[in-house]
Design a protein around this ligand. Structure first.
Ligand SMILES: Cc1cc2nc3c(=O)[nH]c(=O)nc-3n(C[C@H](O)[C@H](O)[C@H](O)COP(=O)(O)O)c2cc1C
Length: 309
């Protein structure tokens, strides 16, 4: 089952993705068709010590984080979800996909308050001494399909399996679709690091690269997955403008997600700039349906290949 996300713009989990912020943005009329929560873990998690976010590029955006999925308990999330009312948009609950049992318990608990779920099997960040969820689940087709199957058994609502660009993502994606995922989320951050004063800056040593530096990587991920699997895709990675969003639609995405975009933006900036992104997309479509551009870059590539033969 697919989500009716209109407009086809969501936020990416983890950047200002808390329920009171969603309610504020919804009330103020942000042009966001679906809100995705921070990933909920099976129990309370503190994540890493500061610094957990560094700005290491020429851009003004933070581009490396190593939060390592801090979370309040599912019970605390449930209490907040009960108080959350969105007038215009869908609510997607992101779940830390580290274990099939944890995923099923969280989904069953919060099911009445969610329109859909996203399974985070792709966070590359770790607290020293642990392994990341990407390493435990996201790199292994069988582990990933066990997590998706467990989610599928727990809910009839749409499920997005969020993958890492740093894996054999076509193979993993295929396993997730076979296990019942409705969408593939492409994708999470790419592992990276930052060294200063002769040592790694982040407590987790490495972190996840996001923002404009990530866009070409995840754009290729969307393109490759669409080419092989032709499935519904939610795209994440460095989407800052309507042009970025259109590139992802052309590569094969049906929905685009804004993450690092939210950094350094006030509520009114977000309301103004999400409206500008949607207007840019609509002007580009010029009355055509969105479906006419989804994956259109593949049609062009195959026409050119035919011509050159
Ligand atoms: C500070 C921060 C926290 C994040 N937390 C999560 C998370 O809890 N769950 C998740 O699936 N992805 C998380 N992500 C990854 C984003 O959802 C997104 O996939 C990634 O940042 C790429 O999009 P962007 O370049 O637009 O930021 C996080 C990213 C950042 C920068």
């Amino acid at each position: 089952m697919l989500l009716d996300i209109d407009p086809p713009i969501v936020n990416a989990s983890g950047i200002l993705s808390f329920l009171d912020i969603f309610q504020l943005l919804d009330r103020k009329g942000a042009t966001i068709g679906g809100y995705v929560t921070k990933s909920i873990s099976p129990g309370e998690r503190l994540g890493n010590e500061n610094p957990v976010v560094v700005e290491c590029g020429a851009e003004e955006y933070p581009t490396l984080n190593s939060l390592a999925l801090p979370s309040q308990t599912p019970e605390e999330w449930l209490e907040e979800l009960k108080q959350t009312h969105l007038k215009r948009s869908k609510l997607i609950v992101s779940v830390n996909g580290v274990s099939p049992d944890g995923v099923s318990r969280i989904i069953k608990m919060v099911e009445p308050y969610a329109d859909g779920f996203e399974l985070n099997m792709s966070c590359p960040n770790l607290v020293p001494g642990e392994e990341s969820v990407m390493a435990i689940v996201g790199r292994h087709p069988e582990a990933a399909s066990r997590v998706v199957r467990s989610a599928r058994r727990a809910t009839g609502k749409p499920v997005i399996a969020k993958l890492s660009p740093d894996t054999r993502y076509v193979e993993i994606g295929q396993a997730c679709l076979a296990a019942g995922a409705d969408y593939l989320g492409c994708g999470n951050t790419m592992p990276g690091m930052f060294i200063h004063s002769r040592g790694p800056v982040l407590a987790g040593q490495s972190g996840g690269v996001s923002g404009p530096a990530l866009k070409p990587v995840n754009l290729k991920m969307v393109y490759d997955i669409y080419a092989e699997l032709r499935c519904p895709i939610v795209a994440y990675g460095g989407i800052m403008t309507w042009e970025d969003a259109v590139e992802y639609f052309l590569a094969g995405a049906r929905v685009v997600g804004l993450g690092t975009f939210f950094a350094h933006r006030s509520t009114s900036d977000i309301v103004r700039d999400t409206a500008a992104i949607w207007k840019g997309i609509q002007d580009y479509l010029n009355g055509e349906p969105l479906e006419s551009v989804v994956g259109a870059a593949h049609r062009k590539s195959s026409m050119e290949m035919t011509r050159s033969h």
